[in-house]
Design a protein around this ligand. Structure first.
Ligand code: PGA
Length: 255
């Protein structure tokens, strides 16, 4: 299966940016431009507090809307956390799991990841499971080992039947928000080893359904080159997803 056998997936992660009115304006603009969505999947990952409003505006369009994080219990004494079923209830259809900022700033450990991915799936949310090495890990030649460890934890409870609902995002930590993009060769090598691991875990057929995105300083001027890498099925975009002027050209990377 070639990478274009999988529908390209362009996702914007707003992080803790924008405000309510700028969020809704951006959704309206992208929605207007997308039409029926056609040959690509586009989604925004939105601060939970704006999800209900954003999903209301996105309604009737193919735009996906997701949470940036979730907990792995349905309810209970977890002050400050959001359950996947709550994201679902306000209209989200997907969620990020294991974003590098969750892992590194908020110290989320590997052993939460499998449960988060599983609970997301069981709550009818499409997870994007984020992985990636730090600069020290890359310099120490540990990239492949780190990616394997992160895959082991995130896929702990993923079965072949879940594959069509799971996406992986490779985001080298040193490339996130730094303006420094990984080279095509670095991306291709990492994506190949991720896919190889998934094939070994879930089998060729199921693994072939899983998209692997690249993230880390994706901009309008590097989106086309990144998408031309055979093993890249889509992009996870932070800073450049905050404005229509920078996000639309990324969605339309091939036009
Ligand atoms: P960036 O963020 O595009 O601003 O580097 C990417 C991400 O964190 O998903």
């Amino acid at each position: 299966m070639t990478h274009r056998a999988r529908k390209p997936y362009i996702a914007g992660n707003w992080k803790m940016n924008l405000d309510r009115s700028r969020s809704l304006d951006l959704i309206k603009t992208v929605k207007g431009r997308l039409g029926d969505g056609g040959d690509r999947e586009v989604a925004f990952f939105v601060p939970s507090i704006y999800l209900a409003d954003v999903t209301a505006v996105a309604q009737g369009s193919p735009l996906g809307v997701g949470g940036q994080n979730c907990w792995f219990e349905a309810n209970g004494a977890f002050t400050g956390e959001v359950a996947p079923r709550m994201l679902r209830e306000v209209g989200a259809d997907r969620v990020l799991v294991g974003h590098s900022e969750r892992r590194h700033i908020f110290q989320e450990p590997d052993d939460w990841m499998g449960r988060k991915v599983r609970t997301a799936l069981d709550s009818d949310l499409l997870p994007i499971y984020c992985i990636g090495e730090t600069l020290d890990e890359r310099k120490g030649n540990k990239t492949e080992r780190v990616l394997k460890r992160q895959l082991e934890s995130g896929f702990e409870k993923v079965l072949a039947v879940d594959a069509h609902r799971v996406t992986v995002a490779y985001e080298p930590v040193w490339a996130i928000g730094t303006g420094e993009t990984a080279t095509s060769e670095q991306v291709a090598t990492a994506h190949r080893s991720i896919r190889k691991w998934i094939v070994q875990r879930l089998g060729e057929e199921a693994a072939g359904l899983i998209r692997i995105l690249y993230g880390g300083s994706v901009k309008p001027d590097n989106a086309k080159e990144l998408m031309s890498i055979d093993s890249v099925d889509g992009l996870l975009v932070g800073g450049a997803s905050l404005q229509a002027e920078t996000f639309l050209p990324i969605i339309e990377y091939d036009r």
